[in-house]
Design a protein around this ligand. Sequence first.
Ligand code: THU
Length: 143
Amino acid sequence: MERLARADAKEWTPLLSAATAARANAYAPYSKYAVGAALLCDDGTIVAACNVENASYGGAICAERSAVVAAVAAGKRTFVACVVVTQSDPAGSPCGFCRQVLKEFAQDMPILLVSATSGARRIVRLAELLPDAFGPNDLAPRR
Ligand code: THU
């Protein structure tokens, strides 16, 4: 997915549309901070989700982790790109928990961060957001 190295590549369009549509369903009555995330799976499937908050605040789940959960439930376990749409300008970046959870199912991937307020875009990479990460390979049996 070399084309996805550029923030303005047209290949991002379906992912951005899916993340934006999911963001419209965000359940964020406490923070009022709506987030949409979309994952591109290795078979070309797109899975999108939003943040879902809770009256017991700690029960909230971010859009990125919701998308991972939805994708895994649909049988998808390898992700190759991600879009996150927030209202921040510049666009917000995934929280630490989400970085770790994304790492479980992606070696490295471009993540397009988009501001719903200004439309400003930037690309970060998962490996740059979570350097020297602990991951599934660390638990693999020694050979
Ligand atoms: N949130 C996300 O969904 N993704 C992020 O990367 C950062 C934060 C959500 C969690 C909570 O519902 C709200 O945004 C404010 O933190």
